[in-house]
Ligand binder design. Sequence first.
Ligand SMILES: *Cc1c(COP(=O)(O)O)cnc(C)c1O
Length: 430
Amino acid sequence: MREVDPRRRVPRTDALLADPALTAAAGTVGRDRVKAAIVAAQHRARRGEIPPDQVRDAALADLPGRTPRPVLNATGVVLHTNLGRAPLAPAAVDALVAAAGHTDVELDLATGRRARRGREALDALAAAVPDAAAVHVVNNGAAALVLAATALAADREIVVSRGELVEIGDGFRLPDLLASTGARLREVGTTNRTSRADYAAAIGPRTGFVLKVHPSNFVVTGFTSAVSVGELATLGVPVVADIGSGLLRPDPLLPDEPDAATTLRAGAHLVTASGDKLLGGPQAGLLLGAADLVERLRRHPLARALRVDKLTLAALAATLHAPATPTGEALHADAGRLRARTERLRDRLGADGCKAEVVPVAAVVGGGGAPGVELDSWALSLPERYAVPLRTGDPAVLGRVLHGRLLLDLRAVPVGDDDRVHAAILRVAG
Ligand SMILES: *Cc1c(COP(=O)(O)O)cnc(C)c1O
């Protein structure tokens, strides 16, 4: 008997399109994409690259997966820039979802009249920092600086210490950003030392403001001196302080990290910060300070181009109302409890025949914040060969490889996700 040509057994397009999994996929990525994946898989079967009965699975595998891919952050870096910095609090996630539809973002439902856009987020920010007479929110920390430089110092000078002309990361240099606005940078002092007299000598009729930048991602030690915001405030010109992290009040865990309330109380006229670092919220740029300055920024034409969308406003308001954020919880997690969590995971894995160890490690704040701060932490230590399959799995589990071992630090993993880490490791252990 002659064998049937396998190419004749390749399933037909209409039959595949009726397959429940492919029909469901068409509902999310569109029928055209599903059809293209089917046609490509049929071609492969006709060329003999795959058996005909695998055409359906090949078409499914060819479709775009879930993006962005969720990651369990077991790196021990609380604010991991490559993982999108701060994860949102559950309440902020709910707010995001609610804001995805039509909302009252610019409407007062009681009166039926137009209302101030994002008033809930702005009111929450103002309430969180009573030292700020006014507040405004833009797209990110860089946008906050651009708006301040443009509105207050375009065609004028920004007086700034040479020790504070920093690169934040990935080639983003603050001086380039400021210069792009048309403001002229008037650099004073040296890399390691700047005095009040240096600033005073540079201030003149062309001064737009004095800028104080928190060198958030490095420390200078040794023969150094810098001028405090309090001293700068005595120079008779506006002082803009870029505090970076978005800490609103002091945190004893991070004594060297400037916060908005203290910086304003010290005399800064305007504070700029990010929303998705230590504040633990969505990407946003916070502006807090004197009412006249904030009003000038708000009314500048550029403000419209830097406006945050309704999703950000909703998530920011919810973050400011929330009693805690995942970022705050990860930072303040008790080392003893982390150890117990990690040991429990090790014991569960051991019961399933997967051998792991628990070792002390140092976690860091990350996100270009709190350099030099090390948080006592604990990690599950596995053979290095676990690293790639865990990283490429679903959910992806990202740890860090050190001396031939994969270290999984649970500090930035939500407590409720220990089961998912456990399951992911067992899948790799096979
Ligand atoms: C992070 C940071 C910025 C930039 O903020 P983005 O929100 O990333 O735009 C600016 N200045 C300092 C000091 C920072 O730490």
